[in-house]
Design a protein around this ligand. Structure first.
Ligand SMILES: *[C@@H]1O[C@H](CO)[C@@H](O)[C@H](O)[C@H]1NC(C)=O
Ligand SMILES: *[C@@H]1O[C@H](CO)[C@@H](O)[C@H](O)[C@H]1NC(C)=O
Ligand SMILES: *[C@@H]1O[C@H](CO)[C@@H](O)[C@H](O)[C@H]1NC(C)=O
Ligand SMILES: *[C@@H]1O[C@H](CO)[C@@H](O)[C@H](O)[C@H]1NC(C)=O
Ligand SMILES: *[C@@H]1O[C@H](CO)[C@@H](O)[C@H](O)[C@H]1NC(C)=O
Ligand SMILES: *[C@@H]1O[C@H](CO)[C@@H](O)[C@H](O)[C@H]1NC(C)=O
Length: 489
C-alpha cells in the first residue's frame, strides 16, 4: 500500500506536465461535429455552444465564418474549422487581396485577441460535386493558394491549415476493391495538383463519406453494408477484409493517395452521419445504428485496415436545418443528432462513459398552439390544393410522404401538417392560419407517435427578454485538469 501510494505521489507532477504538454500540443481528442446554420429559426449561438460543451465536443466544423458564432466561441477551448462557401471561391481565386481581407476579418480578428481556437480553413465545400458541372474545378486550387498565402502573411500558417472538404466520389474503384482506387478520371489532374499543394503545406485531405447516399441512390445497395455490424459478403482485398462501406471508401482514398506518393497524408472525415426523416431509409433506428456503430469504432481508436489508429472525424450534423435545399432529397433537412430546438433525437453515446446526449437548456418556445385543417372544411374544396402547395412551398413538408415520420397520416392529417408547418415558421402569426376558412388554430396537440407537429422556438429577434450575459465564461481548463486528475487518481 505504502509503496503504491509513494509511486502515485512521485508520478503526479509528471502527469501534470504531460497534461499541459497534451493541451499545448492540442492533442485533446474527441469526435467533432458540423454546425450548419441554414435554419428559419436558429437557436442563439450561446445556446448551441453550451450544447457543444455539455456534450463534450472539442472540435467543430463550420460552413462559413459567421461573426455571432465565432464570438460565441470565444474562450470555449473548442477547436474550430471555419469555412469559405463555394460562391466566394471565384473572388478569392482572382485576388490575393480578397483572400487577405477574408483572413484578416474572419480569422486573425478572432484568434488574436478573442481567444477563438481556429485550426483549419475549409476552402469551399464539396466543390467537385458533379451537380456543379465543373463550375469550381478550375478555381479551387487558386483560391486555396491565395488563402494559404494570406495565412502565411498573417503569420498564422503554422497553427492554421487550409483544406478542401471533398465529396467521397472524387475517387473511386471500378471494382469496389480499395487497392484499385484512383481519382475520378475527369478530375484526376486537378486532384493530384490539390493533393500536392496540401502536402507541401502540411495540410490534411478532408473527405465526406456517406453510406446513406449510396443506399438512397442505389436500390440494389446492400443495406447491411451501409452499417458497422458486419456484412455477409465482405470484400477481400488481398487479405484485408471490408464489411462496411465507410471503411472501404476510406481505404480507397488511402490507396489513391499512396498511388501518387502521398500515402502518409493525414485524412479528416469532414462529414459522417445519417438523416432521420424524409426517406424510407432515413429513420431514427437506422441513424442510431449508424452513428453509434461509427462511435464504437471511433471510441475504440480502431482505424481501418490501411490506417490503424484513431480517426479524425466530424459528425454531420449537430442540428436539423429546415431551410436547406431539398434538391438532393427530402432527407436533407434531417441530418441532426438534435432536432431544431436542441432536443436529442435518440440515444447516442459519444464517449465510453456517456449516457446519451445532453439537450439544450432554457429553450424558449412559442405558445402551445397549432394550425390545422378546420373540421368543417371539405376535402373537395377547390382552394385546398393551392393552399397546401403554398404552405409546403413556404413551410417544410419533408416529413410527409412514403416512409417518413408522418407518412401514415390520412388526407386531413397531411393538410393539417402542411398548414401547421407554415404557421409555425411564420411565428404563429394569426394571418398565417387563414387559408380561407379551411384552417383554424387549436390548443390540442395533433402529434401522434413519431409524427411530431412542432411548435416553433422564439428566435433572438423576437425574444423580448434581455440578451445580456449571453456567454457563460467557462472555467474550462481548470475543470478539465481536475477531471483528468480524478480519472488518474
Ligand atoms: C467573412 O466571412 C463572412 C461569412 O462567411 C462573409 O460574409 C464575409 O464576406 C467575409 N469577410 C471578408 C472580408 O471576406
Ligand atoms: C448542370 O447541367 C445540367 C444539365 O445541363 C443543368 O440542368 C443544371 O442546371 C446545371 N447545374 C448547374 C449548377 O449549373
Ligand atoms: C510513412 O510513414 C512511415 C512510418 O512513419 C514510414 O516508414 C514511411 O516511409 C512513410 N511513407 C511515405 C511515403 O512517406
Ligand atoms: C449508452 O450508454 C448507456 C449507459 O452506459 C447504455 O445503457 C446504453 O445502452 C448505451 N446506448 C447505446 C445506443 O449504445
Ligand atoms: C400525404 O402527403 C404526401 C406528400 O405530399 C403524399 O405523398 C401522400 O399521398 C398524402 N397522403 C394522403 C392520404 O393524402
Ligand atoms: C367558406 O368560405 C366560402 C367563401 O368565403 C363560403 O362560401 C363557404 O360557405 C364557407 N364555408 C364554411 C364551411 O364556412
Amino acid at each position: 500500500m505504502g509503496l503504491s501510494k509513494g509511486a502515485g505521489f512521485a508520478g503526479l507532477p509528471a502527469a501534470v506536465l504531460l497534461l499541459f504538454a497534451m493541451l499545448l500540443m492540442g492533442s485533446v481528442s474527441g469526435i467533432g461535429v458540423n454546425w450548419g446554420t441554414q435554419l428559419t429559426h436558429p437557436l442563439p449561438a450561446a445556446t448551441v455552444v453550451k450544447i457543444l460543451k455539455d456534450n463534450g465536443f472539442q472540435t467543430l466544423k463550420l460552413f462559413d465564418a459567421d461573426s455571432s458564432i465565432l464570438s460565441a466561441l470565444k474562450n470555449s477551448q473548442i477547436q474550430v474549422m471555419v469555412g469559405i462557401p463555394n460562391d466566394m471561391l471565384y473572388t478569392l481565386s482572382n485576388s490575393v487581396q480578397a483572400a487577405e481581407k477574408w483572413v484578416a476579418k474572419n480569422v486573425s480578428a478572432y484568434v488574436s485577441s478573442n481567444g477563438v481556437d481556429i485550426r483549419y480553413v475549409a476552402v469551399g465545400n464539396e466543390p467537385f460535386l458533379e451537380t456543379y458541372n465543373g463550375t469550381f474545378e478550375g478555381i479551387t486550387l487558386p483560391a486555396l493558394q491565395n488563402v494559404q498565402a494570406a495565412l502565411v502573411k498573417a503569420g498564422l500558417s503554422s497553427q492554421i491549415k487550409v483544406t478542401v472538404p471533398m465529396n467521397g466520389d472524387v475517387y473511386e474503384s471500378s471494382t469496389d476493391v480499395p487497392s484499385q482506387g484512383d481519382f475520378r478520371a475527369n478530375i484526376q489532374d486537378r486532384m493530384v495538383e490539390i493533393v500536392k499543394f496540401l502536402n507541401d503545406n502540411g495540410s490534411p485531405f478532408t473527405v465526406n463519406i456517406y453510406p446513406f447516399i449510396s443506399l438512397y441512390d442505389n436500390p440494389n445497395f446492400p443495406v447491411d453494408y451501409a452499417f458497422f455490424n458486419g456484412y455477409s459478403s465482405p470484400i477481400d482485398d488481398n487479405g484485408k477484409i471490408y464489411q462496411d462501406m465507410f471503411t472501404a471508401n476510406y481505404d480507397t482514398l488511402v490507396w489513391t493517395l499512396q498511388k501518387y506518393g502521398y500515402g502518409n497524408m493525414s485524412i479528416i472525415v469532414g462529414e459522417i452521419g445519417w438523416p432521420t426523416d424524409g426517406d424510407q431509409h432515413a429513420t431514427l433506428q437506422y441513424a442510431q445504428r449508424f452513428n453509434q456503430g461509427f462511435m464504437a469504432r471511433y471510441i475504440a481508436g480502431q482505424g481501418t485496415p490501411m490506417r490503424s489508429g484513431p480517426l479524425d472525424a466530424y459528425l454531420f450534423s449537430l442540428i436539423d436545418e429546415d431551410a436547406k435545399s431539398i434538391q438532393p432529397g427530402n432527407f436533407e433537412r434531417h441530418w441532426g443528432i438534435f432536432y431544431f430546438d436542441g432536443t436529442p433525437k435518440y440515444q447516442l453515446n459519444l464517449t465510453a462513459n456517456s449516457n446519451g446526449l445532453v439537450p439544450a437548456s432554457n429553450v424558449k418556445y412559442l405558445s402551445r398552439q397549432w394550425c390545422v385543417m378546420s373540421p368543417s372544411a371539405s376535402l373537395d374544396d377547390p382552394q385546398l390544393a393551392p393552399s397546401v402547395s403554398y404552405a409546403c412551398a413556404n413551410g417544410d413538408c419533408t416529413s410527409l410522404g412514403y416512409g417518413t415520420s408522418c407518412g401514415n397520416l390520412d388526407a386531413r392529417g397531411n393538410i393539417s401538417y402542411a398548414f401547421n408547418s407554415y404557421y409555425q415558421i411564420q411565428d404563429q402569426l394569426p394571418s398565417a392560419c387563414k387559408f380561407g376558412n379551411l384552417s383554424g388554430v387549436t390548443n390540442s396537440d395533433p402529434s401522434s407517435g413519431d409524427c411530431q407537429f412542432h411548435i416553433m422556438i422564439k428566435t433572438a429577434a423576437r425574444l423580448t427578454t434581455s440578451r445580456g450575459g449571453s456567454l457563460r465564461q467557462p472555467v474550462g481548463l481548470l475543470m478539465f485538469l481536475f477531471m483528468l486528475f480524478c480519472t488518474i487518481l
